[in-house]
Design a protein around this ligand. Sequence first.
Ligand SMILES: Cc1ncc(COP(=O)(O)O)c(C=O)c1O
Length: 348
Amino acid sequence: MQYFRDNIEKLDGYQPGFQPKQADVVKLNTNENPYPPSPAVLKAIAQMDAEKLRRYPDPLGDTFRQAAAEVNGVSAESIICCNGGDDLLNICFRAFCDEGRPVAYPMPTYSLYPVLARLQNCRAIEVAFDEEFNLPPKLAKTEATLTVVCNPNAPTATFISVDELASLADELACVLLIDEAYVDFAEDNCLRLVKDFDNVVILRSMSKGYSLAGLRFGYGIAQPPLIAGLMKVKDSYNVDAVAITAATAAIKDQNYFRQNVEKVKKDRDILINQLRDLKFKVPDSFTNFVMAQCPNYKAGHIYDKLIQRNIYVRYFQQPGLTDKLRITVGTDEQNAKLIAALKEILSE
Ligand SMILES: Cc1ncc(COP(=O)(O)O)c(C=O)c1O
C-alpha cells in the first residue's frame, strides 16, 4: 500500500538554500540580512516572564498586530500574524485552492509556490515573464482562484509598479496575494491597495529587513473580512510567545530598522556596479540580493568555483535561470571577498 497521497509521492519538496555548518564561510545564498536584529529584540526576550512560556501564547498575537497596525497605518483587524511569510503562503493556498481551484503566478518566481500547489493538488497556471520581467498581461485573464505576484520578485530582484498591480487587482475576480517579503529594500509598496481592494492580501516578512530569519515571523495585511477568513485556516497557535515578544520589539524599533535597510541598500548598489564592471548583466535590484547573468553564461561553473573558495551563492537549474546566479548582499567584507573571488575565477 502507498502511504502517501499520490501528489505527495510525486512531489520533490521545496529545496531550501544550503546551510553550511562551518562558521568560516561567506554565506550569500539565502537572502538573510548580514546585520544582527535590533538590540531591543534580545533585551525583550531576556526580560520575558517564565509565565509566558508556561501558558499557551495569544492565538492572534495581538501585541504584534497592534504594533504592526501602527507602523502600517491600518487597523489591528487588518493583520494576521504568521510563522514566517511562508506560513501565510501556506494558509492562502489552503484557503483559496484545491483540485478545481487553480493558482496563477508569473515565472520565474519564488520556488515554493509550485510546491504549495502540488501539496494542495491544485493546478498551477504559470505565466512567463518577458525578458525584462514586466507583469504579463495574460495573468489578468486566467481562471485562477488565487493569483500570486512576488513584488519585488525573487529571484530576479525586479519591481512591478503599484499602479500596474492596482489594475491587476481591479481586473481579477479572485484574490491577489502580493508577496512583499523583500519590500523593505524597495522604494514603494502595495499597502495602499488594501484600502481600495477587498481581494488584495499583502505578505510581509520579519526575516529580511528586520534580520529575524531564525525567529520565523511574518504577517499578512488585508481588509478585515479576508483576514477573518484566513484566521479560520491558520494553526491555532501559529506564532509562539517568544516570537511574538521578539517580533514586536523589532517592529517597534523603526530607527534601527531604517538604518539597517539603508546600509544594505547602499552596499547592494555598490555590489551591482562592481558586478557590472566584471561584465555581469545585473538588473537594478529592489531587494537585498542581486541576480547576475554571467559573462559567457557559465553560471554553474562559477557557482562550483565559488564553493571551492567557501563562498555560497544560489544557482537555480530552472528554465531562464541557468545562466544566472542569485547573490545576497553581505557585509562589506563578504562582498569584497566575493568580488575578489569572481575576478580570479573569470581570469582563469
Ligand atoms: C519571495 C519570498 N516570499 C516569502 C518568503 C518567506 O519568508 P519567511 O518565511 O522567512 O518570512 C521568502 C523567503 O526567502 C521569499 O523569498
